[in-house]
Design a protein around this ligand. Sequence first.
Ligand SMILES: Cc1cc2nc3c(=O)[nH]c(=O)nc-3n(C[C@H](O)[C@H](O)[C@H](O)COP(=O)(O)OP(=O)(O)OC[C@H]3O[C@@H](n4cnc5c(N)ncnc54)[C@H](O)[C@@H]3O)c2cc1C
Length: 488
Amino acid sequence: MSKVEIGRLAGVLRATLGAEQVIDDRARLRTYECDGLAQYRVVPALVVLPHTAEECALVVRACVAANVPFVARGSGTGLSGGALPHADGVLIVTSRLRAITELAPDDERAVVEPGVINLAVTRAAAPHGYYYAPDPSSQQICSIGGNVAENSGGAHCLKYGFTTNHVLGLQVVTPDGDLVRLGGWAPDSPGYDLVGAFVGSEGTLGIATEVTVRLVRSPESVRTLLAAFPGTDAAGAATSAIIAAGVVPAAVEMMDALAIEAAEAAVHCGYPAGAGAVLIVELDGPTAEVDAQFAQVERLCRDNAAFEIRIAADDAERALFWKGRKSAFAAVGRISPDYIVQDGVIPRTALPEVLRRIGELAAERGIRVANVFHAGDGNLHPLVLFDDAIEGQAERAEELSGAILDLCVAYGGSITGEHGVGMDKAKYLPRMYTDDDLDTMQLLRCAFDPRGLANPGKIFPTPRLCGEVPGRRKGAHPLQEAGLAEVF
Ligand SMILES: Cc1cc2nc3c(=O)[nH]c(=O)nc-3n(C[C@H](O)[C@H](O)[C@H](O)COP(=O)(O)OP(=O)(O)OC[C@H]3O[C@@H](n4cnc5c(N)ncnc54)[C@H](O)[C@@H]3O)c2cc1C
């Protein structure tokens, strides 16, 4: 977009929104140049901060009229570059859409605007004996809109499911600029599951402007233990044994020795000395059930070589157990100047084998990997450590990162568990899907957004925008043939 065109679009938006809602000053635009994955940076042409769903729709319509791409942004904590701006596009930031518009604990529902912070929903529901279950580690800052777009998970999603299991209805600005409702208050709506399609669509099917979420009753009892093992093999075996015994803990989280070292350096969590791995296992539910299963979990940990088990005596001790785990990503900065947060999934039973293989791949490349992850659902977060100042290390770390994803796919897993594909992993998608799979997904995307203006360049490897002809496919794209899209 030329400077004149940007100026014209900014003028149109300023005339209808408040002047302070439109940012085109280069220094201020730079605030938005990246999300949580700071190695990609693009300064947007314009940033707009709507206050209402209607304003959001108005901005999208202005983008459509000017044929300008737009990218939604919540809190910008995404780790796959999903909210990375488009250099010629508009970044639509939802942080001013921050109202909890309805709280209905009796119906176990809340209706929230997309910029509402995840933890704020639980804080609002807690006095009524309810909470919002999906709990990404970033829950103090990430937005519900971002959670919806990424289908975010968290430590407690093992038992309660991911965001998709807690979103019942949406108000959405379509990529045409229309405000529509998908799903609603009821647990299921007839017809195609468009809410299901939208959740996890990473801003490519439109912008969520209102979200109806499920609230979950606060459990009668919560009990947490920290078990120390000689290594990840034993901790992985204990995880499988717990699930195989029919116990579904609220959370089973694992940290390896390097991750423990980082957490100790950062927050002094006081985990057992000499542990090659620790598990945090949390059970919740009715007191009688929790007590019975807790004894079972303790026994299964000991049977699988746990050499020390600590049981949280109160909320303060539980918080200390979790402090090490929740601070682990950032804590890695204490032991390495640079690192890549990887996110992949494997079958839980393959944990010991895959962790061993990751160790071997890392050793072959002279790179260290710290592991801290949701063991219960096999969602790995290998932290690939490197020093950008050492020539070639960043490239080796990047290559190792890709090899780890190949390993996940080879074991029947996935290239992402919860952080999304975004910009970062688009190139890895063909490792999981065939061209025909990708074209089928593209049909859905184009049904919502035939112009390809909503968050282009994300999820799919380029060139795979609507109507473009990627990879092996020769001849016109099916959408072109159907007269639904054109090459541009
Ligand atoms: C320290 C740390 C820990 C983390 N831990 C976890 C974790 O445990 N589990 C987990 O799943 N993730 C985790 N994340 C990743 C991140 O917090 C989540 O992906 C979160 O959902 C992003 O929310 P956000 O508001 O920051 O979204 P953003 O980063 O602003 O955007 C993310 C994506 O959502 C789209 N988007 C944003 N708002 C909307 C909307 N209203 N409508 C449509 N699309 C929209 C954007 O275009 C982008 O594609 C972590 C991140 C950090 C930094």
